[in-house]
Design a protein around this ligand. Structure first.
Ligand code: GDD
Ligand code: MG
Length: 338
């Protein structure tokens, strides 16, 4: 089995973390998002992953200099300009010479979905494309899918206006595709699998879907990025219960860390409180500071008695002054993102 994994997006919703780092290279507990995704593919028998690169492609080559990621062989397909999801999948599949049934995945989805069952359903139905579906509370920020009882997709509506979605089942970002799907994508031009290709396949009746209640999260927003990691700490994913505090982190005796990730070489000073948060490698949290439901980027510093609250995101290497309170803020502020 070969898989194309899309990792070329700008990760805008995770800025400022993604200003200097592609979303899929951000840490997830003590590994990275892409290692989580590729590791799972390796477990189910995928032998080669084609990374569809766009934004900051060299970061991936530097992260995996031997061309392997958690034991799985990587092949890089770097698009000359952003080609959007279908354009990127087609570009990567053509570059890698894929001419048989293959998998395509969004690189920011962490899931325990049964890909083997998806593959089997695809073969059974003789589908041209088969997509996994997951139920969500608010479908408006996803691709919403309506199916018949046999799994044939009737409608695929990408990001419907809030309150208008005809179903709570959404595109989970994992697809089994026949190579003939590539014929629908004109080379060299941006094309969206969600807005162009899937609606066309649905209207010809060759798009199928499989619903699954397995663990699933799109880690592409600060809230979901935190939740994805806390879910691992809480043991909500299959596999081992993981510890949030890296063995190479320093937590002072009177500091309290509750339900949080503290990366390697990060340090939490006396009297500080870290709750439901991500403190990345090398970050320094000053004495009696409070970090709650927020993200402190790698090598950032939070001064003593400061409070970083309510989905604040401190960019890598940035500083928060002592005694300052931030609520739902970013450092640097949006106006200064370049
Ligand atoms: N190579 C490349 N080129 N990759 C891209 C491009 C591009 O032009 N645009 C986006 N990507 C990558 C992103 O890096 C990400 O891994 C994936 O494609 C999906 O893009 P997102 O920006 O995360 O999309 P989304 O979360 O808003 O919506 C998508 O995912 C939902 C499920 O998580 C859609 O597929 C929805 O239909 C779906 O429900
Ligand atoms: Mg996403």
């Amino acid at each position: 089995m070969r898989a194309v994994v899309l990792v070329g997006g700008f990760g805008t919703r995770l800025r400022p973390l993604t200003l200097g780092c592609p979303k899929q290279l951000l840490p997830v507990v003590h590994s990275t998002m892409i290692e989580r995704v590729v590791g799972r593919l390796g477990e189910i028998g995928v032998t080669e992953v084609v990374l569809s690169l766009g934004y900051q492609p060299d970061s991936f080559r530097e992260a995996f200099p031997d061309g392997r990621c958690v034991g799985v062989e990587l092949c890089y397909a770097q698009e000359p300009e952003p080609l959007d999801t279908a354009g990127a999948i087609a570009f990567a599949a053509r570059a890698a010479g894929i001419d048989d049934t293959f998998l395509a995945l969004n690189g920011d989805v962490l899931t325990d979905l049964d890909v083997g069952a998806l593959w089997a359903l695809h073969a059974e139905r003789g589908a041209r494309a088969t997509i996994a579906l997951t139920p969500v509370e608010d479908p408006s920020r996803y691709g919403v899918v309506v199916t018949d009882d046999d799994g044939r997709v009737r409608q695929f509506i990408e990001k419907p206006a809030p309150g208008t979605a005809p179903s709570n089942w959404i595109n989970a970002g994992t697809y089994v595709l026949e190579p003939s799907v590539l014929d629908l994508v004109e080379p060299g031009r941006p094309s969206s699998i969600e807005r162009d290709v899937f609606p066309r396949l649905a209207s010809e009746g060759s798009l199928f879907a499989m619903g699954s209640e397995a663990y699933w999260i799109d880690a592409g927003t600060p809230e979901a990025y935190i939740a994805a990691q806390l879910d691992e700490l809480d043991g909500r994913r299959s596999g081992a219960h993981v510890s949030g505090i890296h063995p190479g982190a320093f937590v002072a005796a009177t500091a309290k860390v509750e339900r949080s990730v503290v990366g390697e070489a990060a340090s939490i000073a006396e009297g500080a409180l870290v709750v439901d948060s991500i403190v990345m490698r090398g970050a320094v949290i000053g004495g009696c500071a409070v970090i709650r439901n927020s993200i402190v980027g790698w090598d950032a510093r939070v001064g003593s008695n400061a409070s970083v609250l309510d989905l604040s995101v401190i960019g890598p290497g940035e500083s928060v002054d002592a005694a300052l309170t931030l609520e739902g803020a970013t450092v640097p502020p949006k106006e200064m993102w370049t």
